[in-house]
Design a protein around this ligand. Structure first.
Ligand code: COA
Length: 210
C-alpha cells in the first residue's frame, strides 16, 4: 500500500498541458491571477507557457500537490537562440493569425497592456538578450498560491539547473516583472545576480547551471 501523497516534482507529460496553461494565467500579473484581465484568457499561456512545452517538453517539470493535481511548473529552453528561430517559424505565424489585433479593453487595464502582449507574442526577437552567449538558457517558473512557500520553487529551479548541467549548458537567464517583488526576493535568495543589460523597468537575472 502506498502512503499519503505529498507535494512533489515530476517531469512534464503531454496531458499536463491544460494545467500548465491555467497556472500561467493564474500567476501572470506580478505573480497574481490574470483571469479576465485580457480580452482572451488564452493569450498569456500562448506567449509564456505553451510554446515552451511544445519546443522543449523534456525541460519542463511540474509540481504536484498532495491531491495529485498539477499546481506549478518550471518551463524553459537550453538554447534561447534556437528557440527564437523555432518560434519565428513554427509558433509566431499561428499566434498572429489567432490574435491579429487586441480585443476590446477589459475593466482591468493592466500595466502590461494587451497591445504589447500581442506584439510580444508575435515577436520572438524580444528574447534575444545581449548576454545570450554566456547565459543561453532561460526559464519561467510559477506555482499556484497553495503550493507557494513550501520550498517547491527552489526544488524546481534546482531540477532545471541540473537538467541544464547534464546537457553541458553553462548558465541561464530570466526576465521578470519589476512589480513582482516576491519573485525578485526569491531569485536573489537562490543566488541569481543581475545581468549587465538589466534595466529597472525590465530586470534581467542570471545564474550558472551548477
Ligand atoms: C516566486 C515563486 C516561484 C517562489 O517559489 P516558492 O516555492 O514560493 O519559494 P520557496 O518556498 O522555494 O522559497 C525558496 C527561498 O526563497 C525565499 N523566498 C521565496 N519567496 C520569497 C518572498 N516573497 N520574499 C522573500 N523570500 C522569499 C524563501 O524564504 C526560501 O528561502 P530559504 O530556502 O532560504 O528558506 C512562487 O512563489 C510563485 O510561483 N509565485 C507566483 C508566480 C511568480 O511570481 N512567478 C515568477 C515569475 S518571474
Amino acid at each position: 500500500m502506498s502512503g499519503p501523497l505529498v507535494p512533489g516534482i515530476r517531469p512534464y507529460r503531454p496531458d499536463d498541458r491544460d494545467a500548465v496553461a491555467e497556472i500561467c494565467l493564474r500567476t501572470a500579473v506580478a505573480g497574481g491571477d490574470a483571469t479576465g484581465v485580457y480580452s482572451d484568457d488564452a493569450l498569456m499561456p500562448e506567449v509564456y507557457a505553451l510554446p515552451y512545452v511544445a519546443f522543449a517538453p523534456d525541460l519542463a517539470f511540474v509540481a504536484v500537490d498532495d491531491a495529485g493535481r498539477v499546481g506549478g511548473y518550471v518551463l524553459g529552453v537550453a538554447d534561447t537562440a534556437a528557440f527564437i528561430d523555432w518560434y519565428a517559424r513554427a509558433w509566431a505565424p499561428g499566434f498572429r493569425e489567432r490574435h491579429p489585433s487586441p480585443g476590446p479593453p477589459t475593466a482591468h487595464r493592466p500595466e502590461y497592456g494587451e497591445a504589447q502582449l500581442i506584439a510580444d507574442g508575435g515577436d520572438p526577437e524580444r528574447m534575444r538578450i545581449a548576454e545570450l552567449a554566456r547565459y543561453p538558457a532561460h526559464l519561467h517558473i510559477d506555482l499556484l498560491p497553495h503550493l507557494q512557500g513550501l520550498g517547491l520553487g527552489r526544488r524546481l529551479i534546482d531540477t532545471f539547473r541540473a537538467a541544464l548541467a547534464e546537457r553541458s549548458v553553462p548558465a541561464l537567464h530570466l526576465g521578470l516583472d519589476p512589480a513582482n517583488a516576491g519573485a525578485r526576493a526569491f531569485y536573489e535568495r537562490l543566488g541569481f545576480h543581475e545581468l549587465p543589460s538589466s534595466r529597472p523597468d525590465a530586470p534581467l537575472l542570471g545564474i550558472a547551471a551548477r
